[in-house]
Design a protein around this ligand. Sequence first.
Ligand code: SAH
Length: 647
Amino acid sequence: MALNKFMHPRNLYKSKKPNFQELALKYPDFRKFVFPDVTGKLFLDFKHPDSLRQLSVTLLEEDFGLKLELPLDRLVPTVPLRLNYIHWLEDVLTASKADKGIKGIDIGTGSSCIYPLLSCRIHKDWTFLATEVDDKNFMYTQRNIENNGMKERITVKRANAVDGTVLCDILKDNPDKFDFCMCNPPFFADHVEAEAVAKSRSYSRADPKSVCTASFTESIVEGGEVNFVKKIIKDSMELGTKIRIYSSMIGKKSSLPPLKEELRRLKIPKFTTTEFCQGKTMRWGLAWTFDHNVNFPKSLFQESKKERPPLVYQVPRCPNDLDYDVTNICARLQTLLAGLKIQYDVTLNQKSLVRMTLVAKENTWSNQRRKRRQQKQQKVTAQMEHSTGAENIDKIAKCEPFDDLQTFQVNSPCEEYHNCDAKEKQGTISCDVTKNMQQNLVFKNICEVAKENGEKQFSSGETTNPKLNAENLSKELEDNKESVVNLAQPQCTTNVIKDEGVNCTPDQSKTKDNKKRKLSDSDIKSEIIDKTLESPAKRKIITSESGVIVHPEINVKCEQVTSSTTDAGSTSLGKKSTEEMANGYSELFGDSVEEKIFLKCLLKIKLSTPHVVIEMTWIEGENKESMHQVLQYIKNKMSVTPVTECQ
Ligand code: SAH
């Protein structure tokens, strides 16, 4: 499930996905870790600790002006998740009327000191006390605090790993009061648990798409995270309101029930849980307080799951209507839904209850009358266009001279074909060739589509002088062939690569030379190319058989060409590895193109004797109004034509 829509609204990465292309151009260190796939899109190997570390370091510098040094053998912090935790704490503080001069504690700050550094960078008046047990982490954290000029605002203290308390010992001689404490605790009870998680998808903590670099002390603690957080809870009982808000991140959902149970057992007056959603991973937050003035706001995710009363519609019944039952009304409803192109998935099918999930990708129910009118008009126009005959189109479809343009991109060939202007009276078709060409139209493809359309449309034999029309159109296309090449070239230079024995025109090779020259002018860009050239497989990504170097960036639309020039036995970035890398990206940041759902709802058709009732419950979508509209549409249809015609 893509969770980005539940990412904290202020999380920078909710709307801004990292652009590897831009980052690679700007940061030479990052550039070393990205590789183009066959389409030229840059990827990062999320399974490689060094890549992950570099991504975090680069994002922190680019987006927060923080310069971090991280050891390879320690936990690499992922930025979107850390931000979600910080933003949630901000919300709690605001709701609890604490918004100035905030003092926080970070328990186990790691090598990065990520929470204090990020928080202090975002909030100019926050200060932190950070704790750490691991020597190496302690050293790196000190260095990171210094390198970012935060010594005045962040203090790091060494904690006792073995038998010390988590908080009490640290705060023993500290007279200050703190607004909150936070923690990303070591998660696992032992190696067995850590390894089981690494191999299993069932644990919500599992993060198999990206490597885990955490060291022993960072990831494993006796009793796992439950035990660690219980220690904080125990300390909080002693410290009371010295810290206003106690909190911890929770890595496994299964840890929440025992921890909540512990809070209840100790009669801690107020506690809450929240969700940290980013990319495809979810973590949880747990907070508690002894201060009655602290308020815990609800998370977006919880809000979305809040029960909403369903919309209910009692299907009207006509006298003598024998088909008035759940099954028949369901069948009728399904016809209506199919007509609206609303997908439905029947999850329960019983005589007195049918349950289905509806998914609409777009609004197909509004302005039905206008849409019908437009469709009618289109149909008439299409009939006029197509009345020129299938035979002609069939003939045009064989217009071989245009083969050398076969690698041009096609923008919706059907649409393009409909640009053809039918001159029915004169018995000719004249295509708006220039327009088509400007949009990189492949003539062969038009013809193919035309042929397809022709076969469909003309099977009834509605043709007018087919032979003449075909010849006219064929000639017209031939006459315009030259302008096709000239017009299309500037936009499609990378596509016009010698391929499968097709020769480039002199003009085309000139363009290739230009491209070559342009690239060698740019040091940074060519470095990416050089890197790509390192491996023979990757070389194939950016070179054609004729040896023309094509910059990956430019090559994005050349799939047809590049794939045909890649050797079968090559070791190019395979589909699987790029998929894996893309998965790693979406685990952290979400999919770059998330599937849009206009409306998703639950629909029940049930018998509520003596009536059949339709119930619709909102799940998700653009706006709740759309569910009302769909029900209104159903109501209109149901009331106009009952299941069987009323006598
Ligand atoms: N906060 C960092 C690191 C989390 S890993 C981040 O979010 O990226 C957990 C950290 O807690 C490790 O660095 C580990 O060394 C530290 N740790 C373990 N036990 C601790 C204790 N009793 N007190 C303080 N830190 C501890």
